[in-house]
Design a binder for this molecule. Structure first.
Ligand code: SAH
Ligand code: SF4
Length: 366
């Protein structure tokens, strides 16, 4: 039974909702390992065994939104707020360029006031200038108007990550206050594509009230949007948030949650063969080599932290975020050793664009 399903998964990648759900529900470790190995073969065939690096710079924890799961939500008054001075953000980006990372991700809490929009534009200009236009820039700055997305695109950003968080409207409504609109988030994904970005989305895995069926539908949602990149990871509780009250009833043991995250990565690779998939830091929060396990389950992107260490402590979206006291150079060294240790190579010095984007737009990969 499993044999047949895995053969179909590997050969065609065309799985139905129920088949996906069935694979997500695998519990036996040797069965799970077979699914992950199947996805790794698909990955090797379609995108090779190169892990692309994006240095992530988490430059501000000021956020206008109030998502119930997130440690830096507006209403968390215990959080000390910061925005890194512009020149230091630029320095981090230049550091990543010199370290041959090829590209960076700029991420922050969500703001859409004109000062913020202008600041991001200035940052993009300056980073492009200081790195001879060589450093690729991905943004992860939440929901914005089409005009804002366009301005940032025209200034040099070329990829954008906006997780849908869950593709189930009812579940979305339970995780957010009333004025956070699911429809607007979906619209934003369309806007980004229209403007010309490589578009990435994703979900949190293991949320309270979330079922295997929801996760299977999430994967179908990504496929139906013809998405270029996926960044998804385990949901991890943060005590100073409303969702923490679900902990007693819904918290999933670390090993089970890690496996669920890996199964999601594997199925994403099987269903959407040539996209970029990130092994996110939240995997590493569960097990020290969680991200390498992500690569072996089908992911091909890693996002090492390139934020100046002094600012990391207060960018706690969830508890026990790893590497907060390691400097960026140490992160680079330890990651390189670990990745080479699993027989993969690091794609230094290139943007590592989504092959899927290249094929849907007939553009050469940079
Ligand atoms: N404000 C932007 C980008 C920063 S948040 C945005 O929301 O898009 C980046 C991601 O962190 C979110 O998309 C969410 O999926 C994730 N996140 C927030 N709280 C989390 C938690 N408790 N556990 C795991 N991931 C979390
Ligand atoms: Fe703000 Fe993003 Fe956290 Fe929501 S997930 S509260 S938008 S930083």
């Amino acid at each position: 039974m499993l044999d047949q399903l895995l053969t179909k998964a590997e050969n065609s990648g065309n799985l139905g909702l129920e088949e996906i759900e069935q694979l997500l529900n695998l519990e036996n470790q040797s069965d799970i390992d077979r699914l992950l190995a199947c996805a790794y073969r698909v990955k090797t065939r379609y995108v090779g065994r190169t892990a692309w690096f994006r240095g992530i710079i988490e430059f501000s924890n000021i956020c206008a939104k109030d998502c119930y799961y997130c440690g830096i939500r507006r209403s968390n008054s215990k959080m000390q707020r910061f925005t890194i001075p512009e020149k230091d953000i630029v320095e981090s980006a230049v550091w990543a360029w010199k370290a041959d990372y090829g590209s960076v991700v700029l991420q922050s809490g969500e703001r859409s006031d004109p000062e913020y929009i202008n600041m991001v534009e200035r940052l993009l200009k300056e980073i492009k200038k200081r790195t001879n236009g060589e450093l690729g820039i991905t943004l992860s700055l939440g929901e914005q108007s089409e005009e804002t997305y366009r301005r940032w695109f025209d200034t040099g950003a070329h990829r954008y990550l906006l997780r849908i968080e869950t593709s189930n409207k009812e579940l979305y409504a339970k995780l957010h206050p009333r004025d956070h609109s699911f429809e607007n988030r979906v619209d934003c994904l369309h806007r980004l594509r229209k403007v010309g970005y490589q578009v990435g989305t994703g979900v949190m895995i293991g949320l309270p009230m979330q079922t295997a069926r929801h996760l299977a539908e999430d994967l179908m949602f990504f496929k139906s949007l013809d998405i270029d990149m996926i960044g998804m990871g385990p949901y991890i509780y943060h005590s100073d948030t409303p969702l923490a009250s679900y902990r007693a009833e819904w918290e999933i043991p670390h090993k089970t949650l890690l496996n669920l995250g890996l199964k999601m990565i594997a199925l994403a690779r099987i269903l959407m063969r040539d996209i970029n998939i990130a092994a996110t830091t939240a995997l590493q929060a569960l097990e020290h080599d969680g991200r390498e396990q992500g690569l072996l389950a089908g992911a091909n992107v890693i996002m090492p932290n390139a934020t100046d260490t002094q600012y990391r402590e207060n960018y706690q979206l969830y508890e026990n975020k790893p590497c907060t006291d390691e400097n960026a150079t140490m992160c680079r060294g330890c990651l390189q050793r670990r990745i080479e240790g699993i027989g993969e190579q690091i794609g230094f010095g290139k943007w590592g664009d989504s092959p899927h984007f290249a094929s849907r737009t007939n553009k050469a990969i940079v």
